[in-house]
Design a binder for this molecule. Sequence first.
Ligand SMILES: [Zn+2]
Length: 334
Amino acid sequence: MSSRTLSLGGLALAFAVLVVADDAAAFCRMTTEGGAQVGDAACIEAGAPLEWRNPCLSYAIDDRGSQWMTDEDVEEAVDLAFKAWEDANCDGSPPNLVFKPLQPSTCKRAEYNCEGNVNTIAFLDPWKDECSDPENPGYDRNAFAVTIVWHDTRTGEILDADMMINDQRASRGTAGGPYAICPLTGCTGDFEGYADLGSIVTHEAGHFIGIGHCNPIDEADPNDPCVQATMFAMAERESVNKRTLAPDDIAAVCTIYPPGDLDQSCNAAPIGGLQLNCETDADGKAIPCSDTTCGTSSGGGCSATGSPADAPWGPLLAALVGLSVWRRRNAARS
Ligand SMILES: [Zn+2]
């Protein structure tokens, strides 16, 4: 990848030619060969599956928060989203997975550094990475959020995950805010027009731990195990259903992180150490987008703005697309 040319459209196209997994479960794992199914593309499981080697994990919400919600509400929605996965019931035991919320980050950049990282959760308006090229159109306008999963491209070990949420106001045909913690009955009545942040983040937290989009047998069937799952690639704007894991989601997390001996005393420091601020250094000086904390060449390096061609790591993007948008797209196609 030459520069920041990450494009969901390109990924969707790449997946369209690949084959359906042959097992009965609907869930899919992200893999080094792709696997973060986008749109209606089929599930593939070629290559090494993405997985945290030490599933004692931390995350930090960017201190600028969302324009749509108080910091307290954002924190509540995000914490519950990770907890849904942590508390999954694997035949009576939780998966071997611990999530620790940290103090706020100052990091709206999706990047993996050799020295100092943070799994940041940031709200972006405009809906693009501040370090992307000026001519880059940014993330998919139909996506509520994307999670960028940095991983070892040989082994599939996840190194860092950054969750970016589309904080723009939704318009006809695009996803985005306003967001709220909607009642269990959905974002209707007083919450008309809102999208449920918890549903979105619970889906993205699945990507955070390496789960791809599930494979529906019949995407038009509301009882399809995948259509009901948090990891179904589409979301109805008014729905809160993704906050609650479906059996297929539970099967995924229990398969990838079967019950083990991790507990809250584990060490959740990111690889390379914790660096909550990726934008300014200890002296308050701005860190240029092109900066890198490893390697010897100037520019390039470890950040998303330019992984060197021979780097043994790379990003994989997975998004949550608004369903009404997706339906219109399909209607236009057929
Ligand atoms: Zn997704």
